[in-house]
Every structure is written in C-alpha cells, then in structure tokens.
Design a binder for this molecule. Structure first.
Ligand code: NDP
Length: 469
C-alpha cells in the first residue's frame, strides 16, 4: 500500500510518535504502519481548524453544498480503492464494503438537500422574534472500527454542512480509510476545514479535553462515552454520543417464523454482528423457541466464512482480537450455564479472527451473553411466557439504542411505545436512513444523527428579538 499521511491544516503530516501497526483481521498480518499524532500535532490541527472556521462558516449553505457534492464525487471516484481498504483493515466481505462506500456517498449527498429553517416565534406589528442556526466552531469526530468510513462520514458531513470545521480521529484499528479520505479531500476543501489525526484513546481523550474544540461527536463504547463526557466539561463541549446498545427483538406469539427467520438473521448478523443497531437479543414465546433456533441455525450454517476478498465469502472475520475474545468468553459462559448451541459456537481453526454465525438457544438473563453487548457473530434466544414478560425482559438492561417487534402488525403497533429505546422497528431492525433521526436513550447515549435533527445538532440556536418601532 502507498504511504499515507495524516492531514493537518490541508497538508500531509508524518506522525511525531511511533507508528501504529494495522492488522488484517483475515490473516493477522500487519498491513500498514499508520502515523501517530502527538498532542502538539493535535494542537496544530486545532489551530488550523480555528482559522479555517472564519471563512468556512461565512459561506452560504449553497456554497458549502458545492464542496460537499465534490466530496461525494471524490468518494465515488475512489470507491473501488476505498472498498478494498475497508475489507483489508475491517474484514467485511467486499460486497458489504461497497455498500459502506455507497452509504457514505448517499449520506454525503443527502446533507445538501436539507434547508435549515428560520423559526419565527412571534410576528406582530411591533415585534419579530426568530431563531437562527449558527455553527458551533471546531467539531471533533471520534470513530470506531465497525463501519469506519460510513461512521466517519456520518460525523463529518453534517458538521461541515452547518459551517463547522472538523478534526477526525479514526479508531487505531481501522485508520487507513480515513487517512486516505483526508488526503483525497486536501484537493477538495480549503486548508484546515478537515483534518485527520491518528492515535489511540489518548488522542481522543486530548480532543475531548481540548479548550478550542467546541463539540465532540462520538460513536463507540459507553465507557469511552462516559470518559468523553467528563473531559468535555472542561469547556462545556456539545456532545453527540452514540454508544453501545444491546438491542432486543421481541417475536410475538404465533408469528410466522418461517417467513421472518431470514430477516431476523440478517438484521442480527449484519457486518458479522458488529453493528450498533443490530439485534443482540431475541425474545420468543416459549412454545416457538425450538423452531426459531432451528430455523436460524439452518440459515447460519449456509454461510461461507472466510476472507472478505474471496468471491464466495458471505461472512468475514471479527475485526479484532479483543472483540473475538469477548465473543468466545460470552459463548463459553453461556455453554457453562446450560445454553444450547444450535449453530457455530467455536472459533475456526485457521489464522484470522474467524468465528462462525452462532445461535445460542435456552439463554437467560444472568448469562453474560444476554446481559452484555456481544457486538459479534452470536445471538442469544430467550424464552418468554407472555408479551408483558417479553417487554419487561427487553427493557431490563441499562441500554436503549434500538428494539423491534415482529409478527402481527396491529399487536406490534400497540406495543412499540413500551420498548425503552431510540428507534423501534416493526418487522425489521437495523434500518438506518439518511433522512431519519437515529439515536439512543439510557446508557446508549444522547443526541441524534441524520435528518434535519441530526444537522441541527451541529449548530447553536441564536434568538433574535426585534423591536420594529
Ligand atoms: P471504544 O469506545 O474504546 O473505541 C471507539 C473510539 O473511541 C476509538 O476511536 C477509540 O480509540 C476512542 N477512544 C477510546 N478511549 C477514548 C477516550 N477515553 N476518549 C476519547 N476517545 C477514546 O470501543 P472499542 O473499540 O474498545 O469497542 C468496545 C465495545 O464498544 C464493543 O464491544 C461494543 O460493545 C462497543 N462499540 C460500539 C460501537 C457502536 O457503533 N456504537 C462501535 C464500536 C464499539 P482507539 O480504539 O484508537 O484507542
């Protein structure tokens, strides 16, 4: 792979610190030594972003949209290369990596379609009071390793569109695509509008403490989100925190399981289960437990597990060793507490972090596989006695990102508002769209991304109170 640089103030930058080895999760080989930023380099990026803010924030929406459409064009023109980078550092099958790049383009273009309203609170003969949106300043984006390019775009584009300048810190596990994006955008954006600094949690921590960064948008674990929140108190940073979930799917009694099983499987195992809004727990009526486990196991066993670059692979590796070890320990814990493995259940005996799609039946609260977010290729199936019991179990955890109800539409609609989570899907799950706000409640974070509400999160409301006479 060609040498890649960080982007600081519109130019290539070597890392001051020793490089970070990036592994290919399909064979555990080092594929790249990524540059690592020092705190001084972060300061330089912030200074550049503060300077660039003066002119970038003064542009009209239409002028910024020209730039944003050019970003979409640039990603599109480099789609093949970006998709290949994603497979190599993240592990997902190539087709899914193309979907990720396509999603990045779609989200980028969508942002240009939204008009920012001026709210009029009072319009009388003597007075007009209105609310207008202003950019916040410098926005820091801290991203995880599961959908590295798409999540970066989810953070960067709305912030830029609203007139902010952005510093992006990718996960040290998957920095290559964001580094490449930074280099590509040097030819598109004015210097300092978008910078990329690489490093581990320490540089993320420094960003959340930085007095000249005015907002952090973060996607990752609840623990890191809590740390960011504490450091953000430093200068009362605005925050959007999209944190871990442990999404419940409730399958209503008498649901047609043969009809629903494929969709349930796909929305639990999307991206090898490493998706914040994937199904992580399935509640099924006790009379249908065995049938659902068998149907899901049949689908699981049809998958071809292998390198994302191989044409017939349908299921790639887990992205990193820690996550794989977490999945292994949760499944072993479930086995030791009497759960039944209907499919998968053991790491593949090959190099690479391969773990097949795993169906764990007879699971219960009290088992770690249910109580903790597995964030990997395994899903537990839990029995319930009646629907109230199912909702009570689904709501019993501290997190609340998404949830879903499957089966008869009318019954599902009546139950939807009883689930404690940011999005409830009915007969579906994990569908995230550019025009629909998405965010969590409880320990899954706060603030939303996407749609008008997501854009406005990157702005400050200023009220103008006009006395006409
Ligand atoms: P982390 O929260 O540790 O990492 C996410 C990002 O935050 C990375 O860029 C990381 O840097 C950075 N970071 C880590 N510590 C800090 C800090 N103190 N201040 C600022 N930034 C920080 O997630 P993990 O990768 O460790 O994954 C652990 C769990 O998090 C998963 O098992 C899953 O449950 C959840 N998760 C949820 C995601 C979601 O989409 N909501 C995505 C990924 C994980 P670096 O990694 O480079 O050190």
């Amino acid at each position: 792979m060609n040498k890649l640089w960080m982007t600081i103030n519109g130019a290539n930058a070597e890392g001051d610190l020793s490089p970070i080895s990036v592994l290919n999760p399909a064979d555990e080989t080092v594929i790249y030594e990524a540059p690592q930023a020092s705190i001084e380099q972060l300061d330089l990026a912030v200074e550049g972003a503060v300077n660039a803010f003066k002119t970038w924030s003064a542009l009209s929406q239409a002028e910024r949209d020209v730039y944003i459409n050019k970003i979409a064009d640039t990603i599109e023109e480099n789609a093949e290369q970006l998709a290949n980078i994603i497979v190599n550092e993240q592990g997902k099958p190539l087709q899914l990596a193309h979907m990720e790049v396509g999603g990045a383009v779609a989200w980028t273009r969508y942002a240009t379609n939204i008009d920012i309203p001026v709210e009029v609170y009072q319009e009388t003969d003597d007075k007009r009071i209105e609310g207008r949106r202003k950019p916040i300043g410098v926005v820091g984006s801290i991203t995880p390793w599961n959908w590295p390019l798409m999540i970066a775009i989810w953070h960067i584009i709305p912030a830029l569109r609203m007139g902010n300048t952005v510093i992006s810190k990718p996960s040290e596990l998957t920095p290559i695509n964001t580094l490449h994006l930074g280099e590509l955008l040097q030819d598109v954006l004015p210097a300092g509008v978008f910078s990329v600094v690489c490093g581990d949690g320490k540089i993320g921590q420094a960003m959340s403490e930085h007095k000249k960064i005015n907002k952090i948008v973060f996607t990752g674990s609840t623990l890191s989100g809590q740390r960011i929140m504490k450091s953000a108190a430093n200068n009362l940073k605005r925050l959007t925190l999209e944190l871990g979930g442990n999404d419940a799917a409730v399958i209503l009694p008498d649901a047609n399981l043969s009809k629903l099983a494929e969709a349930i499987f796909n929305t639990a195992f999307i991206n090898m289960g490493q998706t914040c809004a994937a199904i992580k727990r399935i509640y099924v009526h006790q009379s249908q437990h065995d049938q659902l486990c068998e149907l899901l196991a049949e689908i699981a066993d049809k998958n071809i597990v292998g390198s994302g670059l191989s044409a017939d692979t349908t299921f790639g590796p887990v992205q990193n060793k820690n996550q794989l070890e977490k999945v292994i320990s949760l499944v072993e814990d479930a086995k030791s507490h009497g759960a039944t493995i209907y499919a998968g259940g053991n790491r593949l005996d090959t190099p690479g972090y391969f773990y097949p799609p795993t169906i764990v039946g007879n699971a219960n609260h009290g088992m770690r596989i249910v109580d903790e977010e597995q964030f990997g290729p395994v899903v537990p199936i839990i029995r319930y006695t009646d629907v109230d019991d199912a909702i009570q179990q689904a709501n019993s955890l501290e997190v609340g990102l998404g949830g879903s109800i499957w089966g008869d539409l009318d019954s599902a609609m009546q139950l939807a508002s009883k689930l404690d989570c940011g999005t409830v899907w009915i007969n579906g799950h994990a569908e995230i769209l550019p025009h629909v706000p998405f965010g969590g409640c409880k320990m899954s974070g706060f603030g939303v991304e996407f749609g008008l509400e997501g854009l406005l999160e990157n702005s400050l409301l200023q009220v103008t109170n006009i006395n006409k006479n």
